[in-house]
Each structure stands twice: as C-alpha cells, then as structure tokens.
Design a protein around this ligand. Sequence first.
Ligand code: IMP
Length: 405
Amino acid sequence: MSATVLIGTQWGDEGKGKITDLICADYDYCVRYQGGNNAGHTVIANGHELALHLVPSGVMYEQVTPVIGNGCVIDPKVLLEEIDKLEAEGISCARLKISAHAHMIMPYHVALDHAAEDNRAHKVGTTGRGIGPCYQDKAARIGLRMENLLDLERFEAHLKAVLPGKKCLLSEFYGQPTLDGDRILADYSGYAARLRDKICDTGLLLNLALDAGKQVLLEGAQGTQLDLDHGTYPYVTSSSCSAGGATVGSGIGPTRIDRVLGIAKAYLTRVGEGPFPTELDDEDGATLGSAGAEVGVTTGRARRCGWYDAPVVKYAAQVNGLTELALTKLDVLSAFAEIKVCVDYQDGRPVYETLPGWQTDITGCRSFEELPMAAQAYVKRLEELAGVPVTIVAVGPDRAQTILR
Ligand code: IMP
C-alpha cells in the first residue's frame, strides 16, 4: 500500500496537471481532495484541448479510477458539463466515483460569492464559483452534500430550511435578485438522476484499495500559499490545499502516505489579489507572462508574474513535509541573460541573488546532463535553497518534455 500527495508549493498554477499526467500511469486511483471548479487544468483528448475543473486528471488513463473526495465542493452542473465534454471525445467517465460527503455548490453560493466580492473593501479576487460560501455552509453545518441527491425528499426539506436565510441575505443585505427554490429543486433532481450511480463512500473505497496493495495519487488543487491556514490569509482559498488536507479530504490516514511531491514553477505567478513580493511589473514580467502563456484556465485572467521566491518553496517544504520537488517551466527562463532568485527577506523586502541565464532552447533536452551548465546550476541552487531534491524537471508542455533525475 502507498499513497502519494502531489501538491502546489506556490500560489497554484505550478503545472500540477502536467506532472499528474506524467506519473498517473503508475497509480490505480487519482483523487481530488479539496477545492472545486476554482481549479483548472488542460488535457488533450483526441487532439482537442479540454479544460477540466473537477474531474481528476486520472480520467485520461483507462486503468485509473478517478475519485472526487469528501474535501471537495462540487457544482453538479459544471461536473456534468465536464463529463459530457470528455465522453464526447470518447473518454469514459464510467469509473468516476464521487464522495457522498462532498458538499454541493448551490446557485446561492455562486450569487453570494459575487455579491460578497463586490462589497469587499479589500478584494480577494475570487474565481466567483461559489467556493467560499459553500465551505462557509459546510463549517456552519447547513450545507447540502452529494448524498442528499440520493434522497430527494430530504434534499427538498433541507433546501426549504436553508433557502429563506440565503434569500434574505441576497436581497436585504446585498440588494440582489433572489432565487427560485422550485427551479433549484427541478435542476438538482435532474443532476441526481445522472450522478447517483457515482456517489459512494470513497473513504472506504480508498482504504480497501490501499489494503489490497493499490497505489493512490492524491492530487492537490491550488497551492500552499492559497491554503486557508498556511497561506497568505485572507488572500487564500477556503480549503486546505496543503498535504494535511489530503488525509482529511480523502478519508485515509497520514500513515498511508509515503511520498509528498511538491510542484514548483521555475519562476512565480499568482492570480487574484494579495501579496507577491517578487512580482515584476516591468518588461521582464511581461516576458514571463508571454513566454509562459500565463493566463488562468478557469477565469481567463492574466496571471501576475515574478522571480522565483525560495523562502516560499522552503516554507512549502516545511508545511507539507515534501519528500521531493518537481520543477516546471524551466524552458520559459531561456529568454533571460540573467535570472534573479529571491533567497531571503530583509525588512520585509526580497534579497535577490543573480544567476547567469543560458539563452538556449532547452525544450529538446531529455537528461539533466544535456541541459546547459547554467540551467543545471539554476536547478541545483533551487534544490539547495529548498532543502529538497528536485527529481523532475519540465522543459516544455508535452509529456515527453520532461527530465527525470
Ligand atoms: P476562490 O478559491 O474562488 O475563493 O478564490 C480565492 C483566491 O484563490 C483567489 O485569489 C483566486 O484567484 C485563487 N485561486 C483559486 N483557485 C485557484 C487556482 O486553481 N489557481 C490559482 N489561483 C486560484
């Protein structure tokens, strides 16, 4: 038995999807354990690019069972749209399992997410998908869970109990139009008919699989700095993106996990508001943005770009107990004659070290030794600063454009 956690070490968008895709073939189960359709990753199916937000990347592999764990929040409408897109490309979602305990994103969560963000003095820059309000209801113990789709009478009773409060908040406090309960009931009854066969006790499923010697990959969404507890609060998402969340959000114990693989981009990006000390508001930042195609998969927003921040990744190593690191998008730095790395902070300001660039196309390199010496030195320096071995280096978007050390 063994489970691996794959986790973002920065502010999300580190290229987790590519690394999941790379290693997924070695696993029997691929599990999302937190977040919802605020996340986004692109998969290629039959030569077509599909943006996925909820379905775990493992769906692309026939031998992998994709699981949406109890720690996730699910918008059933979005999930069904994804299933339809995948199946239209011949990717079967028949194996997909959904935790009965995962909370459902309701239309009022989406409306409240927008209303709250519009009314905030200091904006978080949420994705507007209802994530925060859904987790709020989970903590307040008034949420609807996927299991409620299995008993529509109880669903209706629960909705009737919750809806007046939501309507009041929306109309009286935020001055927004209220929502039609009958419409919600009709829509969710339709989702229930299509999803009920996939809803089960995924915690039990995964524990039995581990007992039987199966391999489980726990796929984190977002990144450590967006973790509700360990990130740059309040500019964070509303779930536990860090490795600890993987056990809570999947229902397996920490002793089952023997590998924690952190993903770090060779530079840094962030979407949404909040601190970003190494952000580059200049030509270098624009170069990173264009060379790295830094546009959010979920919202289409341009990502903020900056130099690699070593204390951020060292912190992620500590919070998550990383056993190794995968460094992504190293090829994007080929544009620079000199590359800066933040190695420390003094009086709240980044202290930079300048490393020589390589200014050569490295997208064809397939071994560490093939990389220019300056690129090798860059990787080794980041490894030293993180205190964790870099075992994977990505030099391009394709699965093949990867160096295993
Ligand atoms: P929420 O998760 O929609 O509530 O947004 C909270 C913050 O997390 C915002 O700054 C978002 O931009 C950010 N965020 C949420 N999901 C992702 C992601 O998958 N990648 C990067 N940032 C994200």
